[in-house]
Design a protein around this ligand. Structure first.
Ligand code: ADP
Length: 484
């Protein structure tokens, strides 16, 4: 089977969030499951992607409104997976992927319309026609629209099926209706059953309607997004496609995220040498100028400073949290309001709180390894990688019971010794605090705590399991297209 995975970011080339981990890691894991699968990845060539080692494959033109844009396709093979890069420097040679802290780039509709059209020109350019194009998020939402319209009469394209993976329903690619002209789709697409969305155009809605199959990154989130509370306005569109909407939890890259051989951390350890984990805590606290103490647990948080990640309830309850016997280390980058708030709070609590405003993978690794607990009070969470990485590092997650967090973190029961973390259901500061207090209480019983750590470390959230499920979905789409 031939799969073309189209994404706006993929590790190790470009990353702002979990999507990059999925797009960069899934392909090699699919190959492990099925040696015959020919999977290739395509993404934009951003400023941060060096030309070194890239080979020019070809060039073509793409129409964006009244303009003709030159596109080069470059390529590189990584771990046996061909990666293709769509180069148009006026669109992609910028400091960031989607925008600055001031807001989104104003020409994002044109940028990702060009990307989507380029994805569909690739098969002809390299004479390789995939069975499935695996689209990801709004940036690739127009691909199935072009495929089913612009390419409707093209025999080589008629057997290509599409899967649209929704990593986060809140990001939809919403643009003013006039942008329809930049996409080269006619006004006949500006109707409720197509791209129109409250007077605007919506790229993700396009992906949902025109793809053969849909999935999101956890079972719980697949259900949640069909409700008014979490559907961000697309709930009815999603309900209409309920039969074809699946949930597949993400895996983590166990090569990168593994305390047994992680080069970024101070001291390696595994499930049989958990006592060595403490060395990481000692060293990190030293680096952060905080005194180590056996009895004071360290809570870590690594995540985007955004409305989604629960910084509002954390901010609301921080004064009470700071009264507890703990350290809190936050590493994040994102919305200025939260960055400013937490930078200010860090100066208020110099003996307990550290806030590092940065996107820093190295420090991220150190925090996962050093912390006793990992905090994810997300308002909503499609899948979440932080809690899965924490399990691997013997760090106990404290999470809001929502979406993927709900699918993966089972409340610890001190009587039965079962469970792997602490959860709170109601999204309120009081319940967050209650959950932290429960974790602290359990931490005081080190025998029980060790059991809890081991429960998490024994879980399997590798990509093998998720890759098997993606394979099944691809096969489903394959036979759907063959039987039509
Ligand atoms: P998102 O909604 O941002 O995709 P996920 O939990 O799915 O959230 O994935 C976020 C990934 O990015 C995790 O691997 C996390 O460790 C990493 N990450 C987030 N913010 C930072 C940061 N400031 N520095 C380093 N790594 C980060």
């Amino acid at each position: 089977m031939k799969i073309l995975l189209a994404a706006s970011e993929a590790v190790p080339f470009a990353k702002t969030g979990g999507l990059a981990d999925v797009a960069g890691t899934l392909p090699t894991n699919l190959k492990k499951q099925d040696k015959n699968i020919d999977i290739r990845v395509i993404l934009p060539k951003y400023k941060g992607i060096s030309d070194r080692g890239l080979k020019l494959i070809g060039k073509f033109k793409v129409k964006i409104g009244n303009e003709i844009k030159e596109v080069s396709i470059k390529s590189k093979i990584l771990s046996n997976v061909p990666f293709y890069f769509v180069q148009n420097d006026s669109f992609f040679y910028r400091d960031n992927l989607y925008g600055t802290s001031e807001g989104d780039y104003p020409d994002n509709a044109a940028r990702f319309s060009l990307f989507s059209q380029a994805v569909l020109k690739l098969p002809k350019l390299i004479n390789w026609f995939p069975d499935v194009i695996h689209c990801n998020d709004w940036q690739t939402g127009l691909i199935p629209v072009y495929l089913k319209n612009t390419y409707a009469q093209d025999q080589e394209y008629q057997r290509i099926g599409t899967l649209c993976t929704i990593h986060n329903i809140a990001y939809q690619g919403l643009f003013e209706s006039q942008e329809l002209t930049t996409t080269n789709l006619g006004w006949e697409f500006f109707t409720f059953d197509k791209l129109e969305f409250y007077g605007k155009i919506n790229f993700l809605k396009a992906g949902i309607i025109y793809s053969d199959m849909l999935n999101t990154v956890s079972n719980e989130y697949a259900k949640e997004i069909q409700t008014t509370e979490y559907g961000s306005g697309l709930e009815t569109t999603l309900c209409a496609r309920n039969d074809n909407l699946h949930g597949i939890i993400n895996g983590i890259d166990c090569q990168e995220w593994n305390p047994t051989h992680d080069n970024f951390i101070y001291q390696n350890y595994d499930i049989n040498s958990i006592e060595k984990k403490k060395e990481n805590k000692k060293k990190l606290l030293e680096e952060l100028d905080l005194p180590f103490s056996e009895n004071i647990p360290l809570i870590g948080l690594v995540g985007r400073f955004s409305y989604q990640k629960g910084f509002d309830i954390l901010g609301n309850t921080i004064n009470k949290i700071m009264k507890l016997n703990l350290y809190l280390v936050i590493l994040g980058k994102g919305e200025k309001t939260y960055q400013d708030l937490f930078t200010c709070l860090a100066t208020k609590y110099p003996n307990k709180l550290r806030v590092i405003i940065d996107f820093n993978n190295l420090l991220g690794h150190k925090i996962y390894a050093a912390s006793d607990m990992f905090l994810m009070p997300s308002r909503y969470e499609p899948c979440g990688l932080g809690q899965l990485i924490s399990f691997k590092y013997g760090t106990v997650p404290i999470v809001h019971k929502i979406g993927g967090l709900s699918d993966t973190v089972v409340e610890f029961n001190s009587k039965s010794g079962k469970g792997c973390g602490f959860t709170f259901k109601n999204y309120l500061p009081f319940y967050l605090l209650k959950s932290i207090k429960k974790a602290l209480k359990t931490y005081q019983n080190q025998k029980l705590w060790k059991k809890l750590i081991k429960n998490g470390m024994a879980l399997d959230f590798s990509w093998d399991r998720s890759a098997k499920e993606y394979l099944k979905l691809y096969e489903k789409i394959y036979s759907l297209k063959r039987n039509n």
